[in-house]
Design a protein around this ligand. Structure first.
Ligand SMILES: [Zn+2]
Length: 424
């Protein structure tokens, strides 16, 4: 069936303009062919499947620019008891949940290797389109170094064939390691330019990597058709080092100061708030022993500053791309982030644009994804309730009626009767 028509929908196209009621979207194979008011759309004579939206809203496939598809939860003892290969089988479930929640594209910020990406591309498992960083560059003793006070190490993203060790110090060593990561198939380079919450021996405000080391990462990525660097960056100094080095996106941004915000505006740097991450750490802390004490303490210390920091960046006009750190929170709950974004002052429409158009721009995929426009890939999400009046509804999976990826329906929660589609 080469054509599918979504009709009886309100279109929220990702561009941020007013929604279009009584709209229709025509899909041919894996591309959006036509978009407009239902009454005016000219339809093909060929085989056409009608998909009645029943007055729901149609959105572009949603994009999460910061996930960890190979990880769920922060329970270190449980992770230590998990057989290595079991993680891959579990990730099948995480990826499926992600897609079924309406997330059709992600940037994996550490953990997913080239084999995981290829398994999805080859159709062996259902998962989102992805850009992968493979591992996370960290200094010795930094966020990403799994050294424990006992003297043993537990790396959340351990090196193995196809995954270089992320721990590295000094500009020339960094150069070599970045080249290894790129050789392994990374689409984006991930670095920790500050400490973080879920690491045993550092603090979110600690600065990691020198400006010279960060510049080497940006330079080496640039040599490979402009591969970008994303920085886990929480303290102000490490954020500013990253922005000045030309890093593309700041992840978390917990302690942005005015100078950091000014620099981000100047350089056009993206901010990926991940407001859900500390919320999830504190929620899971309620389950006894599920989170290490240092993680809970640092999340509690950071959470107010984080929201204040993101609110100031938003008001100043910094480009915000939706990202959650999913894997800290359970996969499939990604869209809780949008209500949190509204909590710091964004409108529901702005939160949606951050999850579609701006997120696609952040990933360099704006030519093919992020908005519902003729010529783009047919990644579409049909929701029952109006997200502009009820942003929380996006986090309710029962509300996600249909997910289309690359022209194929990959999730369908309509009743059997509603699925009876008649040729036009
Ligand atoms: Zn992360």
């Amino acid at each position: 069936m080469p054509y599918t028509l979504f009709h009886n929908i309100t279109l929220i196209d990702g561009c941020g303009g007013p929604p279009l009621p009584r709209a229709a979207v025509l899909v041919e194979d894996n591309r959006i062919r036509a978009v407009g008011p239902e009454a005016t759309l000219s339809l093909p004579n060929d085989e056409l499947t009608m998909l009645d939206g029943e007055g729901g809203a149609l959105l572009p496939g949603l994009i999460d620019t910061h996930v960890h598809l190979m990880l769920e939860g922060g329970n270190i003892p449980a992770m230590m008891m998990t057989p290595f290969s079991l993680n891959f089988y579990r990730a099948i479930n995480y990826m499926r949940r992600t897609v079924q929640a309406g997330i059709t594209s992600v940037r994996d910020a550490g953990g997913a290797d080239l084999g995981v990406k290829r398994a999805v591309e080859e159709g062996l498992v259902l998962g989102p389109r992805m850009q992968i960083s493979i591992t996370v560059l960290t200094t010795t003793g930094g966020h990403g170094d799994g050294w424990m006070p006992s003297g043993t190490s537990f790396d959340i993203f351990p090196p193995y064939p196809g995954v270089p060790d992320g721990r590295v110090d000094g500009p020339e060593a960094v150069r070599g390691r970045v080249r290894e990561i790129l050789r392994s198939g990374a689409d984006v380079i991930k670095v920790c330019s500050t400490g973080g919450v879920m690491s045993p021996t550092d603090d979110p405000t600690f600065t990691q990597f020198s400006p010279e080391e960060l510049a080497v990462m940006v330079q080496e990525g640039g040599y490979r058709r402009g591969i970008k660097v994303m920085a886990h960056a929480q303290g102000a100094e490490g954020i500013k080092n990253a922005v000045r080095a030309g890093i593309h996106s700041i992840e978390h941004g917990i302690f942005l100061d005015d100078e950091a915000i000014e620099l981000m505006l100047e350089r056009g740097t993206y901010l990926v708030p991940t407001l859900l991450a500390p919320v999830a750490v504190l929620e899971q802390a309620k389950t006894a022993g599920a989170m290490p004490e240092y993680g809970v303490r640092k999340a509690r210390e950071a959470i107010d500053a984080h929201q204040d920091s993101i609110a100031r960046a938003y008001k100043a006009g910094v480009k915000i791309a939706m990202g959650t750190d999913a894997g800290v929170a359970p996969h499939g709950t990604n869209l809780r982030e949008l209500a949190l974004m509204c909590g710091i002052g964004m409108s529901p429409m702005e939160a949606i644009v951050a999850t579609t158009k701006v997120a696609a721009e952040c990933m360099g995929w704006q030519d093919r994804l992020g908005t519902v426009e003729a010529g783009k890939l047919a990644d579409l999400v049909l929701v029952r309730r109006d997200p502009l009046t009820d942003i929380d509804s996006l986090a309710d999976q029962e509300n996600i009626a249909v997910v289309m990826m690359d022209g194929k329906i990959v999730a369908d929660r309509r009743s059997v009767a509603d699925r009876q589609t008649a040729p036009a």
